[in-house]
Design a protein. Sequence first.
Length: 435
Amino acid sequence: MGNIEELKGMIDFKNGHIDRRIFWEDWIYQLELEKLFAKSWLFVAHESQVKNTGDFITTYMGQDNVIVTRHKDGAIHVFTNSCTHRGNRICFADRGTARQFTCNYHGWAFGTNGDLLGMHEEDHYKGHIDKSKNGLQNARVETYKGLVFACFDDEAPRLEEFLGDFRWYLDIILDQTEEGTEFLGGSIRNMYNANWKFGAENFIGDSLHVGWTHASGAKAVSMGHEVPEYMPVDPSSFHANANGHGWEGGIDGVGTLELVSSGNPRLVQYFEEQRQSMAKRLGDLRARKIYGSVISATVFPNFSFLPGINTMRTWLPKGPRQFELRAWTMVNKNMPDDIREIVQNACAMTFSPSGIFEMDDGENWENSTIANEGFVTRKQHLHYGLRVGTSRRDDPELPGNISRPMYSDVNQLAFYQRWIDFLTAESWDDIPKVR
């Protein structure tokens, strides 16, 4: 209880001050694993990654390794990747197709729904085991327009309630066409010696760093233009947040598309041709003004994306001072092959281990983490006070809490408010349904 009270004092929401220890202390990280990652709805896959019976990928929920697979009844299951006999990891592949998952140690075999099917020398177990009670631990699974989320907490609200008003923003990238979306094959992975929250908070609202951190990279892909020419910070740009999820961006409709097209007009032309049909589904504001603008977003706690560039990513924690980034490229299912190639190349060029923007961010996040090894340094709070207190939930067009313009710390503070909600709650009754 003492630690919880100490934690509550680490973030000053009124003045925008954050205690550096939240990015460093082991006991805080253990609380995150227990009270955040073990209770939240977490993105684990796109339905296109497990399209057919037996298709699977492996990933993490917090530091729990899990298998995501399509069962023979068509349902997607997510279960722990650890044998119930001696705890050995069962599946070592990143992805594939399987009829069952068999442990290397003693031959215990599990179905694509996690049930224990049998084991080596099974006759010896007669009268000593109930196989129905020794299957792998399944998480709850729900989907939202192609995205697969899982949750280990039986008391958690349904996924749509967890997402809340943020669904309106998710639809901008998920509901452009009747056919929906899919992930292109493969993924990009790299490790950072940094706290996972730096990635999540950067994507939720840190547009301010772009004109400085990414200045040289932006010039490289935009024929020498400065960043502000693609990201004008006018009064209409905004921060939007709901339940800890956040979206920041403009409404010019072209900033990101121009940036990633690298002088190839085909990408911009394609989306201009699609806007009319998109508007029938999303309305003019989302289809003609918001989509295509410079935007970044995070679904609380650790799933982020960049509409337009179409990189989708998770920040998988490996301790308080390390995380693994996994990233994919998402496209509309009906997207022509030449446009798919442009989008995929843009992802690799900008946000990949050798990407012109990814390298900038990674260096900053690592140094922002390691600086806190100093005892005296950790005692000085961090400033998150830009436009603090300016968020309002009364915009006539935009759902959630809105603040303008997009140069702001409002979304970051909303993220940490939700983070505090989870880490200090005794039960779901203590976590506000709407933030």
